[in-house]
Design a protein around this ligand. Structure first.
Ligand code: NAD
Length: 741
């Protein structure tokens, strides 16, 4: 047997082109290509392209004397996909050169699958993106049937499509209908599902079995050919026939459904659909070209950069402890007390128990506590019904939740999470009692959405152990937890809270104490801007529709109804009272005046106090909620507040006001040190308050817009619509220095 790096025909010669793919030929003349790039995973960057080229060239040179080829990897995963560090640097100016690189990879894959010898992928771990594309360019795929193995194309979630033949080969393997959700939704399949779908041909129980099966297939199939090369020139897509109207009704429906969901803000799934349809009607090689062009367009565009930056790099930073104080050993939480078994408490108990942690769920009465646990049981039952959870798993989760009314049962808890009524006195009482009953070093956390953490901390003797853990509703679904550091919270407490949030599989952001923290404060600007637009005479339907067209998941009036208009009034009144009580600074006086004269609040007061329309829970708000149909905007809104000229606000200004107001508040949070990192700003805004995904978050929105252009545009909005749009000092400084956030 000879083993050396592809391209270096002399064993033991220096590493050069080809070093990342080992080339070994056994005594049966089967060549094994073992991909082993520098770094923890294999990625498709410049290094890989050179290695792959060298390997293919050598295979062609030795073709007549070899029996076949096995492609596998030396890592735990088969291949991780594109080199995103490289990809995120590509600009529009590089498009032509980039397209040539893409073409090169495709042509190497074509040469491999047309070598004239059987080529088998021995997929020894997850094959994602470019990794799955390599496997699909082999004639046969044997996949290791291990729990952590996934096959899939996550590209669309990063604003891309598979660009190295993944779309074209998947469509030809399984047809348009089956390929569509896999590509346009970025679904990842376990080995058994991949086998069923057609990405995998065989499963193997362990690594020996994997290679044995690959070898056996090579021996048995000397004349292997790809289905698309079996009949040259054939279109070969089973469920899409040129000129057949039936083929197209399905695609029209898919395109409509997509549009309804993304409102045209996400180009990647749309381009995926385009490649699927256009490619299905072309011969194989032309289809590959079409795929490459759309891929290049996406990869050089801004939205892919926004998504890769936020959802890959920044999210990874958070998961690897980006905002966690260093120097504190990672700790696992073993037993959590949840105070209050209401909507939030039940959700927190559920996600904690699902993560394998013991939970003591406490409320004022046994009925209330049991009701909380019953809520959890109902949620889990629904998952069992959908096949996402087995009955045993459900029972195990429920057995970890103990309900009680007695503080003595908090014995041994290393974390207390308080989720009782939003009332300072109630919270102070339960936190003090829980602190006395839990472990002496327990972290005490409040899930308050509005009360400053520094003040709540005074209820316990050691304020260093007090912190805010702000969950979002519905807890099992929402990925974010906003961790709030009070003035006296210790680093050790923050580190433990951070570890717990990761332990339950959520994404933590860390903010400093301030009214509304980061997320509620920024979200507040969005919903009040919606009411201000209404107060200016803009038609309510236009406000809601422009918001959705901008990629905001719910219009500002609809979401305001959900949080309730009466709550908005309560928060405003509390803010006024606090401001009046605080030092009489000129700033506070100005803010009081602003709030008292805010035309948005005049509308809210009228709706709540005069018209009995307090929001969705109260049965009526900006919307009507008929028992027998979907909600609709209350016609009285346009009649009362609408103006014939529609307020004179252009659609572009309307859209920008809804987005800018949130980014400007984010910049103020950065300026005031409420936020200390851009990643927390971006992920907090998307996961917590629904800022449009395509932007990459409130801070990235400014960067992508251009900091100077954003500043100028904010000045324009301030001149026209009010000082709240005036650029804060930090923004002006950044603009002057031509610096991004
Ligand atoms: P909820 O009214 O559904 O639940 C509160 C629960 O606390 C009730 O079951 C009540 O019986 C219990 N309780 C009251 N006094 C208690 C005591 N002394 N000891 C033990 N239990 C007691 O309220 P919720 O919506 O779950 O909100 C709870 C907290 O979470 C509030 O601070 C709220 O501001 C915050 N929060 C709510 C949301 C949301 O969307 N609802 C989001 C984030 C944070």
């Amino acid at each position: 047997m000879t083993e050396n790096n592809a391209g270096n025909t002399e064993p033991g010669s220096a590493r050069q082109g080809g070093a990342g793919i080992r080339y070994s030929r056994d005594d049966e003349d089967i060549v094994t290509l073992t991909i082993d790039q520098d770094g923890p995973v294999n990625v498709m960057g410049a290094g890989f392209r050179a290695d792959f080229g060298a390997a293919v060239q050598r295979l062609e040179a030795e073709r007549d004397s070899i029996r076949g080829v096995i492609v596998t990897s030396a890592k735990k995963t088969f291949f991780a996909g594109a080199d995103l560090r490289e990809l995120v640097q590509i600009t529009k100016a590089d498009a032509a050169a980039f397209a040539r690189e893409v073409e090169l990879v495709k042509s190497l894959q074509r040469r491999l699958e047309r070598l004239g010898r059987p080529v088998v992928a021995a997929v020894n771990g997850s094959a994602l993106g470019g990794g799955l594309e390599i496997a699909l360019a082999c004639h046969h795929r044997v996949v290791l049937d291990r729990d952590d193995v996934r096959l899939g194309f996550p590209e669309v979630t990063l604003g891309l499509i598979p660009g190295a033949g993944g779309v074209v080969r998947t469509v030809r393997l399984m047809g348009v209908q089956a390929a569509l959700p896999l590509i346009a939704e970025g679904k990842q399949l376990r080995p058994a599902a991949a086998l069923k779908a057609g990405w995998a041909d065989e499963l193997a129980s362990d690594l020996d079995d994997l290679l044995a099966k690959a070898r056996a297939w090579v021996r048995a199939n000397p004349d292997a050919k790809q289905p698309w090369d079996a009949k040259p020139g054939a279109v070969g897509v089973k469920d899409l026939k040129p000129m057949d109207p039936n083929s197209y009704s399905l695609l029209a429906a898919a395109s409509g459904a997509l549009r309804k969901e993304t409102h045209g803000t996400m180009p990647a799934p749309e381009k995926a659909l385009a490649v699927i349809v256009e490619g299905a009607l072309l011969d194989f090689d032309t289809a590959l070209e079409v795929e490459g062009r759309y891929f290049t367009e996406l990869a050089t565009g801004q939205i892919a950069k926004n998504l890769i930056g936020t959802f890959f790099f920044q999210l990874n930073e958070i998961k690897t402890g980006g905002s966690r104080p260093s120097g504190h050993e990672k700790q696992r939480t073993a037993k959590v007390a949840v105070l209050g078994a209401g909507m939030m408490g039940a959700g927190i108990a559920q996600v904690t128990a699902v993560a394998g942690i013991e939970v003591v769920l406490k409320d004022v009465s046994a009925e209330a506590a049991d009701k909380g646990k019953a809520t959890v049981a109902k949620q889990l039952d629904a998952q069992v019904a959908r096949g996402r959870l087995t009955e045993e798993q459900r029972d195990a989760v429920l057995s970890r939740i103990t309900t009680t009314t007695d503080y003595a049962d908090l014995d041994g808890c290393d974390l207390v999470i308080e989720a009782v009524f939003e009332k300072r006195s109630v919270k102070n009482e339960v936190n003090a009692a829980a602190e006395a009953a839990a472990r002496p070093d327990a972290v005490i956390a409040s899930n308050t959405s509005t009360l400053p953490i520094t003040g709540l901390a005074e209820a316990v003797p050691d304020q260093g152990r007090f912190i805010g853990l702000h969950f979002f509703s519905p807890v099992p679904k929402m990925k974010l937890v906003e961790i709030i550091r009070g003035a006296k919270t210790s680093d050790a407490t923050l580190a433990r809270a951070y570890d717990y949030v990761l332990q339950i599989g959520k994404t933590p952001i860390v903010v400093n104490d301030s009214r509304g923290f980061y997320t509620s404060r920024t979200f507040g600007t969005y919903i009040s801007e919606g009411v201000r637009l209404l107060a200016e005479g803009v038609h309510p339907a236009l406000i809601e529709n422009v918001a959705k067209k901008a990629g905001l998941p719910v219009g500002p009036l609809a979401v305001h109804d959900e949080v309730s208009l009466s709550l908005s009034l309560k928060v405003r009144d509390q803010t006024l009272a606090d401001l009046a009580e605080a030092a009489q600074s000129a700033e506070a006086t100005a803010r009081i005046k602003e709030l008292e004269n805010d035309p948005a609040f005049r509308i809210i007061e009228e709706l709540v106090r005069d018209l009995d329309r307090p929001g969705k829970a109260g049965g009526a708000g900006f919307y009507d909620y008929p028992a027998d149909g979907p909600k609709r905007l209350w016609p009285g809104l346009a009649e009362r507040y609408g103006r014939p000229d529609g307020g004179g606000v252009s659609e572009q200004d309307l859209r920008d006001r809804l987005l800018f107001i949130q980014s400007l508040e984010t910049i103020r949070c950065l300026e005031e040190n409420v936020l200390t990192s851009i990643r927390d700003a971006n992920l907090g805004s998307i996961f917590g308050i629904g800022f449009p995904v395509w932007t990459g978050g409130t801070a990235q929105f400014v960067n992508a817009y251009g900091v100077e252009e954003f500043t100028a545009r904010a000045d324009y909005l301030a001149d026209l619509y009010g000082e709240r749009f005036r650029p804060p000092r930090l923004l002006r400084e950044k603009a002057a220095r031509h610096e991004a956030f």
